[in-house]
Design a protein around this ligand. Structure first.
Ligand code: SF4
Length: 127
């Protein structure tokens, strides 16, 4: 199996080191140009199991606004983000909602919850 070298930008801190990663298939042989040890861990994660925090919104009934901003409780597997967004399009919650309330537990069986990014009070009808 030939070795490959690729560049990966570490986004763990604002320094944004350009890491030079040498790997053979899924095995990382060395990580160079990292400003600290976290760069090595980041490269390993990014090349074998890339994840991202996801922020989006879901529909809310009886709230001050029609949409409630939500976010993942931890970085979510990147290849499944589209599937997650499709699942969240089908979600509708009922006001009131508290900040950080779990809106969708264990999203797609990943163990990662979807939580409210803000609270939202109900709107009381005039009658
Ligand atoms: S390798 Fe270390 S110093 Fe460089 S961006 Fe990543 S966390 Fe920051």
């Amino acid at each position: 199996m030939p070795t490959q070298m690729e560049k990966v930008i570490c986004v763990t801190c604002p320094k944004g080191c350009t890491l030079e990663v040498t790997r053979e298939a899924e095995t990382i042989l060395k990580v160079e140009k990292a400003g600290c040890n976290r760069g090595t861990r980041y490269a390993q994660q990014e090349l074998t199991d890339p994840r991202r925090m996801v922020a989006t919104s879901v529909r809310i009934r009886g709230g001050l606004h029609p949409l409630l901003p939500v976010h993942t409780s931890a970085p979510f597997p990147k290849p499944r983000i589209r599937e997650l967004l499709e699942a969240l399009r089908r979600v509708e919650v009922q006001a009131p909602v508290e900040l950080n309330q779990v809106i969708l537990p264990d999203a797609l069986g990943t163990g990662i919850d979807i939580r409210a990014s803000r609270s939202m009070a109900p709107v009381h009808s005039a009658d």
